[in-house]
Design a protein around this ligand. Structure first.
Ligand SMILES: Cc1cc2nc3c(=O)[nH]c(=O)nc-3n(C[C@H](O)[C@H](O)[C@H](O)COP(=O)(O)OP(=O)(O)OC[C@H]3O[C@@H](n4cnc5c(N)ncnc54)[C@H](O)[C@@H]3O)c2cc1C
Length: 277
């Protein structure tokens, strides 16, 4: 039977005792359980509706990180002064305003799509995910939560309680998604970048690429190889930066695009990010 818990504890107890799919904004999961108008939704599993749990609706600023509760809508994130600008830029390109009032970042993680725009920025920002169960909590880096298209390591008795974004400042950030149209489009490919420069020298360079592999691509050893370069050197080596990602950019052909196009556009986005530094 579907459940509508009134507290997080009650929700976690249901997850401990039964088998449920968590339903937050429903903007992904309702499509997967699509039925006919006016007929009851033909849910394939029991649903646990959590969107009314106000105790999971918050954005809190701490010394080291910003904490975002699991049912916080994208619209609330856009209004909050401490939510990083790079995340806001991606959110403004997720679906349209109406959907952003109910859709959540936790749902973007749970859906585990390689083209998810919020997840792309979570990779870039080294987000950590708090997974809660009736028996306790664990904190897991985003790249250990998502393992492939639609696949994740959230245990059946767990749910996402909170998303933590370490507070870091960058000299420069970049977000670009390429879709079939300017708004309300799913990414064919996407790139989020961040750089920290000091006296014209690269202290940190981060690149996350979406929709070109089974999960978002981020490679810390490639990023480290550009540390210490002057900005001029980095720009002069832009082809090397793109080439370093060649083996990781392994897109597929699907209804939205083809592999060749996705690969070339990913290289173009890497170049665009480096050139605008
Ligand atoms: C018209 C339209 C346009 C869209 N455009 C975009 C786009 O541009 N970019 C993009 O990235 N996405 C897009 N999406 C997909 C969707 O809106 C996002 O993935 C959204 O973030 C999902 O959030 P939700 O709260 O609605 O998730 P739900 O549909 O409620 O859940 C999605 C999945 O996550 C799980 N889940 C939800 N909350 C939790 C939790 N707390 N703990 C554990 N599991 C959980 C659910 O069980 C389910 O498997 C679009 C969808 C639609 C319908």
């Amino acid at each position: 039977m579907n459940k509508i818990p009134e507290s997080l504890n009650e929700a976690l107890q249901y997850l401990k005792e039964g088998t449920y799919d968590v339903l937050a904004g429903g903007t992904d999961i309702m499509l997967k359980n699509r039925g006919y108008a006016e007929a009851p939704v033909p849910f394939k599993k029991n649903m646990l509706y959590i969107f009314n749990l106000d105790e999971l609706r918050y954005i809190a600023t701490h010394d080291e990180h910003i904490a975002i509760g699991a049912v916080t809508s994208y619209a609330s994130m856009l209004r909050h002064p401490d939510v990083p600008d790079i995340l806001k830029r991606s959110i403004r390109q997720i679906a349209g305003p109406a959907l952003r009032h109910v859709a959540t970042l936790a749902g973007n993680i749970g859906n585990a799509s390689p083209s998810a725009d919020g997840v792309l920025v979570l990779y870039l920002l080294d987000a950590r995910i708090i997974l809660a169960s009736a028996d306790g909590e664990r904190e897991v880096p985003i790249e250990d939560v998502i393992t492939g298209p639609g696949k994740h390591t959230i245990r059946p008795e767990e749910m996402i309680k909170e998303i933590r974004l370490p507070r870091r400042t960058f000299s420069n950030t970049f977000f670009k998604k390429v879709g079939a149209r300017k708004a309300d489009a799913i990414s064919k490919t996407s790139l989020a970048g961040a750089a920290r420069l000091h006296d014209n020298v690269v202290e940190e360079l981060r690149i996350a690429i979406g929709a070109v592999n089974v999960t978002v691509v981020r490679d810390r050893s490639i990023e480290a190889s550009f540390k210490g370069l002057t900005l001029e050197d980095l720009k002069a080596r832009v082809d090397e930066v793109a080439a370093a990602y060649d083996s990781l950019i392994r897109p597929i052909d699907d209804q939205r695009s083809n592999a060749r196009y996705r690969k070339q556009v990913s290289f173009n986005l890497i170049e665009a990010f480096i050139r605008q530094l």
